[in-house]
Write a protein that binds this ligand. Structure first.
Ligand code: EPZ
Length: 420
């Protein structure tokens, strides 16, 4: 799937109406695929989304001997024969979630060589919390020439207090601990729904983990795991992106395969400015008149606060709302690159360090703009849905990392958008 030079061209002005089924969550399926390394029996992961990051994760797994065979969206994964403990450097650099493989690799083979992960350029993306947590579990770590050599022959259970509730570090340490004798306690962990989904997946293979979704997770070591079939949760960020798109364009949309409890912060914000949002089992209904008052303050926080992964999309909505919105990006230190692209379209945005002041304008004008990361790209497409004329979003491959055929999803709801 090489979409390197693709662009998305959007002609603004259409409302969104109809229904869409939300894809499986990128940020749930990636750690779950990494967790397959823990098990020497066949595993089936169902409804795997067709994403660039998933393809890259597949290639990293195949590089260490894991066999993967997908029929439609159901993937048969067999990690019974791990042939290498050195992860492909180039692929690791393409993918932040390659770092999630470290924990399962060490739990299964007690050694690993990995390079510093890549991922969206939204900040330094350090891995100090991952590595210091693994060292507390007794892993010997040597960093040399951009490679990280890990020796886990003396790994043991421990109690670990995370300085920050890092999603990836929580997932890595959960998986590193599943075979350790006794009980490992992780304190001040991330509470994202994807962490709960990972716990449910690991326990479906025979792990003994509890507490995910709270501030403390307990892992009691087990000896063996068994086969499982598992379907990860729907993607709350894709669902939220479509909710914000509908708020921007106006219209009435029903989103299936959702869990409103995973988007309560966004739902509260959109309801507060006049969107009508109703819930019926796993369907979120949203309607909007298409020109809304500004949301006064948007502070991104760790879950269950307002998600940093929805900040760019929300900035596009605020750019065409009535009033002034103050946005503060508290999670990543460099996640406003989309602002200068929105300004090319006529947005009125002032940036000061982590604060963005967004003064709603009457209308945006379509322009050629550059996606600089996954969610920034999605946000620019959303702005193009409303802008006068057409907008070309370059570097569409960023969007393809996390959105499955984004243009088809939006055009199925009435948007005028195509890939060029
Ligand atoms: C996960 O990234 C998600 N990615 C990100 O989604 C999401 O934005 C992020 O969690 C926060 O919710 C995946 O799940 C694949 P973190 P992760 O560790 O694990 C600092 C998207 O758009 N930190 O919670 O990398 C870090 O620099 C992507 O889908 C350390 O300082 O996020 C950041 O400021 C983007 N040291 C903060 O913590 C560490 O060792 C949050 O990072 C680790 C993190």
């Amino acid at each position: 799937m090489n979409t390197y030079n693709d662009k998305l061209m959007v002609v603004g002005g259409n409302e969104l109406n109809g229904e869409a089924t939300i894809q499986t969550s990128k940020n749930a399926v990636l750690p779950i695929l990494a967790g397959c390394v823990l098990c020497d029996k066949p595993i089936v992961i169902k409804n795997v989304p067709n994403l660039l990051d998933v393809h890259n994760m597949f290639n990293i797994l195949k590089g260490i001997g894991v066999s993967i065979d997908c029929v439609d969206k159901d993937c048969y994964i067999d990690a019974s024969n791990i042939t290498s403990t050195t992860l492909n450097q180039e692929l690791c650099k393409a993918l932040r979630s390659s770092i999630f493989l470290l924990g399962p690799m060490l739990a299964r083979t007690r050694q690993a060589v990995i390079s510093y992960p890549g991922g969206c350029d939204i900040g330094n993306r350090p891995i100090d919390l991952h590595l210091s947590g693994l060292e507390k579990l007794g892993v010997k770590i040597i960093k040399r020439h951009s490679l990280i050599y890990c020796d886990a022959r003396n790994m043991h259970s421990a109690t670990i207090q995370l300085d920050f509730p890092s999603v990836g570090a929580t997932e890595n340490l959960m998986m590193a601990s599943v075979f350790l004798k006794g009980t490992t306690r992780l304190i001040n962990v991330a509470k994202e729904p994807e962490i709960v989904d990972l716990q449910n997946f690991l326990n479906s293979m025979g792990c003994n983990i509890s507490g995910a979704g709270s501030a403390e997770i307990t892992i009691t070591g087990v000896d063996k795991l068994h086969s499982t079939q598992y379907m990860p949760i729907g993607d709350r960020i894709v669902a939220g992106t479509l909710m914000i798109a509908t708020a921007i364009t106006g219209g009435k949309v029903a989103l299936k395969n959702t869990d409103f409890k995973n988007n309560q912060s966004l739902i509260a914000k959109l309801s507060s400015v006049g969107c009508q949002i109703d819930i019926k089992s796993d369907i979120i209904y949203i309607s909007s008149k298409g020109r809304l008052p500004s949301v006064d303050l948007i502070d991104t926080q760790v879950y269950p606060g307002f998600p940093t992964d929805m900040q760019a999309q929300m900035m596009s909505l605020q750019a065409v709302s009535d009033g002034v919105s103050i946005m503060c990006e508290n999670v990543f230190e460099n996640r406003y690159k989309h602002a200068k692209e929105l300004i090319k379209m006529g947005a009125n945005i002032i940036l000061r360090d982590r604060v963005a002041v967004v003064k709603g304008v009457k209308e945006l004008t379509g322009a050629p703009v550059d996606a600089t990361d996954l969610r920034a790209g999605a946000g620019l497409v959303l702005a193009g849905l409303k802008a006068n004329g057409y907008t070309t979003v370059n570097n569409a491959y960023y969007i393809d990392r996390g959105y499955e055929q984004f243009e088809n999803l939006l055009s199925s709801l009435g948007a005028n958008i195509k890939r060029i």
